[in-house]
Design a binder for this molecule. Structure first.
Ligand SMILES: Cc1cc2nc3c(=O)[nH]c(=O)nc-3n(C[C@H](O)[C@H](O)[C@H](O)COP(=O)(O)O)c2cc1C
Length: 305
């Protein structure tokens, strides 16, 4: 039985990939994910300069999922190379995805150019964070033309495969994905968190997050993420990293059937700790055995019959 995935010419030993922002800050934490069975890892989104993010509290779980307003904190792309090198020295066989963002086109392009010089296998363009509107304005992924222009600009500065990370907060995600594809993207990552949303502490009588609002992930967005990936699969030819609400083995299989080739694993780590990767891969393997599939690629897009 084959669980290997060839994604943009890169071999992933299984379809699970650490989603950006979860644990992926240092080389050591990325290596730890691989040691727990994930097929590949995505680093936290990096910007050109160091960012401190929003004040605490920034992440909360609730019955239906997770809300976060981390605010894209990070050391800045210029300072991150050594962590990627550390990871690659330890794990040359597990692909590494470097995530970049930018408040404007020039900063994004410079950031991608620096990321290109690091030993990453694929560059993910985070066009879709919902909790930095005040600072950065509308994410590129909420506008077809901005998605096209930003992807085109990055395409000129790197030959590495690019995946554009889209937002569920749009009325036609297929159209946005098409713009990314037309501008030269090799893949789509879908989706980022939904929202922004809010939780209120009724005793304190105020929003719980210091930022008041944050992006929502986890079970709350499973049906939304599935529908987004389904729509994108219909709209484009390039492969998809299906992310959002992939918590259980069943969710993961559904995400493959919606059209994802790889599975971004985020909130599942909050529910299952580091066992999430193996639990999901084991469930996919068992399902394939029960249902007579030989290659995981046979599941991709099956819900479109
Ligand atoms: C605490 C936290 C930090 C995140 N940071 C990033 C980030 O830096 N870049 C990014 O593209 N997405 C980020 N995300 C979004 C996740 O990568 C993922 O797209 C989203 O949470 C949906 O997946 P899930 O339902 O499995 O959590 C973050 C999510 C959380 C909860």
């Amino acid at each position: 039985m084959n669980l290997n995935v060839n994604f943009c010419g890169i071999n992933f030993p299984n379809p699970t990939v650490l989603a950006s922002g979860y644990l992926g800050v240092t080389g050591a934490s990325l290596i730890n994910c691989v040691n727990h069975g994930c097929g590949g890892v995505t680093g936290k989104t990096l910007f050109l300069e160091e960012r401190s993010g929003h004040p605490n509290p920034t992440v909360l779980t609730f019955q239906g999922g997770i809300i976060n307003a981390i605010g894209l904190c990070g050391e800045g792309v210029k300072n991150a190379g050594h962590e990627f090198e550390k990871y690659k020295e330890a794990n040359p066989d597990n692909p590494l995805i470097g995530s970049v963002g930018g408040g404007n086109m020039e900063a994004l392009v410079e950031c991608a150019q620096i990321m290109d010089s690091y030993p990453v296998d694929l560059i993910e363009l985070n066009f879709s964070c919902p909790n930095v509107h005040d600072e950065m304005g509308r994410p590129f992924a909420c506008d077809p033309k901005m998605t096209f222009d930003a992807t085109t600009a990055v395409r000129k500065v790197t030959k590495k495969p690019i995946s554009v990370k889209l937002s569920p907060n749009v009325s036609n995600i297929g159209l946005i994905a098409k713009q990314a594809e037309a501008a030269g993207a090799d893949a789509i990552t879908a989706v980022n968190t939904m929202g922004p949303g809010m939780l209120i502490d009724i005793h304190m009588r105020r929003p719980v997050l210091a930022n008041k609002v944050g992006g929502v992930g986890g079970y709350a967005i499973t049906p939304i993420a599935l529908r987004c990936v389904y729509d994108i699969y219909k709209a484009v030819q390039i492969p998809i990293i299906g992310t959002g609400g992939v918590i259980t083995g069943e969710n993961a299989i559904a995400m493959l059937m919606a059209g994802a080739s790889l599975l971004g694993i985020g909130s599942a780590i909050a529910y299952y700790d580091m066992t999430a990767f193996e639990m999901i891969t084991d469930k996919i393997r068992a399902f394939m055995k029960e249902e007579g599939f030989n290659d995981v690629s046979e599941l991709v897009g099956l819900a479109h019959q």
